[in-house]
Design a binder for this molecule. Structure first.
Ligand SMILES: NC(=O)c1ccc[n+]([C@@H]2O[C@H](COP(=O)([O-])OP(=O)(O)OC[C@H]3O[C@@H](n4cnc5c(N)ncnc54)[C@H](OP(=O)(O)O)[C@@H]3O)[C@@H](O)[C@H]2O)c1
Length: 241
């Protein structure tokens, strides 16, 4: 399902995004490594290539229209299509995020990256995805965005937060809207939760590895035709909205 495919992973210079790029590369994809910092981009591409991945660098800040347009041009000029887009780049926005004290600027910043960034990148790449025989889009969400888990006593749903968790709820809702609009196409779009992984995002407090966190996104990026769309998955299966 991935041999010979062209993939783009945003925020792929480290953490879960890097491992998604490595995993797709190991399955035979040519992988665009999206990263906003030129040096971190170069280092990640070199590391992936050293590991045998057919990786190429894609300078990409998901909050910047010009950067996203340039990334789409780069892939279009080089390959003329895109088969897999993994919208992985994300931030927590720092704290405090309790709703009664949160600085609205934090909410704007987090939504700009975690939600609007995904829409910006997806729409810029859609013309190239439409040229693929089996296009797949994966939005890296989090189970902390699950309203069901947030409202179920005892369920793990992360710390109280007015920016990060709701940004993933928003992203899930946007994912469903895309799936509805694209229902008559061959594009499958789903949200993934990686579980709580040790990365920079959480000061390496997670109890899973970034490689483990990449698994669900890799599975959704390589779904067979006719697979699910408009759903939300973690390793154990469907995550409730
Ligand atoms: N770790 C977890 O436990 C966990 C749990 C649930 C969901 N997630 C989600 O998984 C995804 C990856 O997180 P991670 O844990 O791997 O975090 P990470 O190690 O902090 O990596 C985040 C990546 O996103 C990039 N990024 C941030 N803002 C960007 C922007 N404006 N443009 C382009 N790239 C940008 C970062 O680039 P820089 O290096 O330049 O900052 C980095 O490459 C996120 O969407 C996160 O919300 C993580």
């Amino acid at each position: 399902m991935s041999e010979g495919t062209i993939a783009l992973v945003t925020g792929a210079n480290k953490g879960i995004g890097y491992e998604i790029a490595a995993g797709l590369g190991a399955k035979g994809s040519t992988v665009g490594v999206g990263a906003r910092d030129p040096q971190r981009l170069e280092e990640a591409v070199a590391k992936l290539r050293a590991a045998g991945v057919d990786a190429f660098g894609v300078p990409l800040d998901v909050t910047d229209d010009a950067s996203v347009a340039a990334a789409a041009r780069l892939i279009g000029d080089r390959f003329g299509r895109l088969d897999v887009l993994v919208n992985n780049a994300g931030i927590t926005g720092g704290g405090p995020q309790e709703p009664t004290v949160v600085d609205p600027a934090i909410i704007r910043t987090v939504v700009e990256t975690n939600v609007i960034g995904v829409i910006r990148v997806t729409n810029a790449l859609l013309p190239l995805l439409r040229r693929s025989a089996s296009p797949r889009i994966v939005n890296m969400s989090s189970s902390v965005g699950s309203l069901t888990r947030q409202s179920t006593p005892g369920a793990e749903s992360g710390p109280i937060a007015a920016a990060y968790s709701p940004s993933k709820t928003f992203l899930n809702a946007v994912t469903v809207q895309y799936a509805k609009e694209l229902a008559d196409t061959n594009i499958l779009i789903n949200a993934a939760c990686p579980g709580y992984c040790a990365t920079d995002l959480n000061g390496f407090r997670g109890y899973r590895t970034a490689e483990q966190g990449a698994a669900t996104a890799i599975r959704l990026a390589t779904l067979p035709d006719g697979g699910p769309t408009g759903s939300f998955f973690e390793d154990a299966g469907v995550v409730p909205w």
